[in-house]
Design a protein around this ligand. Structure first.
Ligand SMILES: [Fe+2]
Ligand SMILES: [Fe+2]
Length: 330
């Protein structure tokens, strides 16, 4: 990069993308001033209600002793917060790369503003984990591999598709889930502030890609959709199953409950019933998926694309087309 190349940075003039930078200031928050870190995080508190945790809405889980349910829920929360804190650092790296790789003033501004948000989010999660005062479970290999793939990515559009569009749309449902179920006021406040920032980040991904889709050839749009749409549909349908059950059973045992393995068949069957209910709620629009809405707003659910991918009859594609009508987030 030479000084001459920065002399007259071009701005795309996109109102929505330009407004992201202004909103990053007007909706800014201070990690010390706006969050009450003196709020206690008691060692025997689950911090979110038990229904938040995987298998927490099954009658078999709900019949467990309260201290076992507390322990399992708190360990699950610690695991997720640990993934989120490292995810924030990954996002910061992505934004640093984007700020150097993107060539338009408004795109660079959105990236640098997001980098500062992610630094603050990282601090907030780490401080909260410190207040919990226990070693969180290690990150799982699937998530670690996904973050490594993202960190090895260089091309700006692919970075934006992966981070701001896919990961941040997916994470919005996770943030909202923790916020809505949080019983600890500090956790609830942190999640409310972070979710506000994350919706801006997701908005940048959607607006950037929607603009690219407008200019791209049909072949390029189909190629792009082929890379992301099947993954999005899989993620939207993904619910707790046998893999997650192993984690939950291990935590039940750690809490001192005898012979946890015998609970497995009932937990799995009851959870599958809950999963079917959840999927029905996504399909009927009563529990909207941010991922599906983002896919629609970018243009991935356009008939010429879903026809080419053989996905036009997929129930989630049809639900996505009905859901979230309106302009892309800005
Ligand atoms: Fe973040
Ligand atoms: Fe973010």
């Amino acid at each position: 990069m030479k000084c001459r190349e920065l002399m007259k940075l071009e701005n795309t003039g996109h109102q929505g993308i330009n407004s992201i930078f202004s909103k990053a200031h007007s909706a800014d928050w201070d990690i010390d001033r706006d969050v009450d870190w003196s709020t206690p995080v008691e060692p025997d508190d689950s911090l979110v209600d038990h229904e938040w945790t995987a298998f927490g809405r099954t009658p078999t889980f709900q019949a467990l002793p309260a201290e076992v349910r507390h322990y399992v829920t708190r360990r699950g929360l610690g695991r997720v917060l640990n993934i989120l804190q490292v995810g924030e650092s990954v996002a910061q790296d992505v934004c640093a790369k984007l700020a150097l790789g993107l060539r338009h003033e408004d795109h660079r501004n959105a990236a640098v503003a997001q980098a500062m948000d992610e630094a603050r989010h990282h601090l907030a999660y780490v401080r909260f984990l410190e207040k919990m005062g226990e070693e969180p479970e290690d990150i799982d290999p699937f998530t670690e591999d996904m973050f490594d793939t993202l960190l090895a990515t260089e091309e700006p559009r692919r970075l934006i598709a992966f981070e701001q569009f896919y990961l941040e749309s997916m994470a919005m449902n996770i943030f909202e889930g923790i916020h809505d179920h949080a019983t600890n006021p500090l956790l609830k406040d942190i999640l409310a502030l972070i979710t506000r920032d994350e919706s801006r980040h997701m908005g940048f991904g959607v607006l950037y890609l929607a603009e690219w889709m407008k200019e791209a050839s049909l072949d390029d749009r189909i190629r792009f959709a082929k890379a992301w749409l099947p993954r999005i549909l899989f993620t939207v349908e993904d619910r707790p199953g046998p893999l997650m059950l192993r984690q939950v059973l291990r935590r039940i045992e750690e809490a001192g409950y005898p012979d946890a393995a015998r609970l497995a068949p009932d937990l799995l069957r009851e959870q599958q019933e809950r999963n079917a209910e959840e999927n029905a709620r996504v399909l009927d629009g009563s529990k909207p998926s941010h991922l599906l809405k983002s896919a629609k707003n970018v243009g991935l659910l356009a008939p010429e694309i879903t026809d080419a991918l053989g996905l036009s009859d997929h129930p989630l594609v049809q639900a996505g087309r009905r859901a979230g009508d309106g302009a892309p987030a800005s």
